[in-house]
Design a protein around this ligand. Structure first.
Ligand code: NDP
Length: 258
């Protein structure tokens, strides 16, 4: 029961999804140059905490803008618009504000070009999903709220959110203020995979797409996999090279023996 609106908007989103698939392949060859994959070849740098605030903020701002444009009444017939926009904003308050401001290694330099490319991504993603809420908003009423698919999707989102937050904070806790080096993380999903934060993020947006059942939400799930699955593989290879005692039973991203 995917929601379809036969206009240019959907053609545009399919093109965006196609670009996501190309990006997925490209990021195995050229990891986005920030964090451990940063280098000085990418031009001027800024402190990463500033970069993260600048690049992630357009996303919640655009959703808020579209919410303001729709101004749905706060009632059961529009409840889904509030829930989906609310989950988005809660996620991005962490990503764009709390995490950068609480990151002990936040002064580490990041290429400005990364900020700009991520601003582009967040403008596109925020526009597509914000506009999506206004195009498909009438589908998110009482029936939507009580549909099993919605409840399952929202539950998956919540599980992913908790995994992502827990895993990111476990990484930030490895450093003392001002430290920029790397240590081997242990505990919870780190016993099974190298990148539980990426795994949680992917689970989150798959859950969101299941709950929203719209092409915009599906496109974000595809892009999240495109951005993070290659990076998880490269992080994993990096740990194995850097730490001879890195646990050999850990997988990169998926905590299953497939
Ligand atoms: P990383 O796991 O690479 O790093 C997260 C933070 O932890 C960074 O500050 C990093 O420092 C630090 N860190 C990582 N590993 C260690 C270690 N072994 N020892 C000490 N400190 C460590 O995640 P990203 O920075 O790539 O992503 C941050 C968040 O943003 C994640 O939750 C991710 O899911 C999300 N994200 C979502 C995307 C999407 O498309 N939806 C795209 C990109 C990110 P340093 O910066 O110095 O490496």
């Amino acid at each position: 029961d995917f929601i379809i609106d036969n206009g240019y908007f959907e053609t545009f989103i399919w093109a965006w999804i196609g670009l996501g698939v190309i990006t997925f392949a490209y990021l195995f060859i050229q990891p986005a140059p920030y964090g451990r994959h940063a280098s000085t070849h990418w031009g001027p740098m800024i402190p990463s905490w500033i970069g993260w605030i600048i690049m992630e903020s357009p996303s919640p701002l655009l959703i808020t803008f579209f919410l303001y444009q729709i101004t749905p009444p706060f009632d059961i017939d529009h409840i889904g618009v509030w829930i989906l926009a609310g989950l988005w904003i809660v996620h991005y308050i962490h990503r764009a504000i709390i995490q950068p401001l609480t990151n002990p290694g936040g002064n580490k330099p990041m290429p400005i070009i990364i900020s700009f490319s991520a601003i582009f991504f967040n403008l596109m993603n925020g526009y597509i999903n914000g506009r999506g809420l206004s195009v498909y908003g009438t589908h998110y009423g009482r029936e939507w709220l009580t549909a099993p698919t919605t409840i399952i999707g929202l539950f998956i989102f919540a599980v992913g959110f908790v995994i992502n937050r827990h895993a990111d904070y476990a990484l930030l806790a490895l450093r003392k203020p001002g430290e920029t080096g790397y240590k081997i993380p242990y505990g919870f999903l780190y016993e099974y995979i190298t990148c539980p934060n990426y795994f949680g993020e992917i689970v989150e947006w798959i859950g969101f797409a299941i709950a929203a059942r719209s092409l915009p939400a599906f496109s974000f799930a595809v892009w999240t996999i495109a951005n993070l699955a290659p990076r998880a593989v490269l992080h994993h290879q990096w740990y194995l090279q850097k730490f001879p005692d890195y646990p050999k039973n850990r997988r990169a991203l998926i905590p299953l023996n497939l």
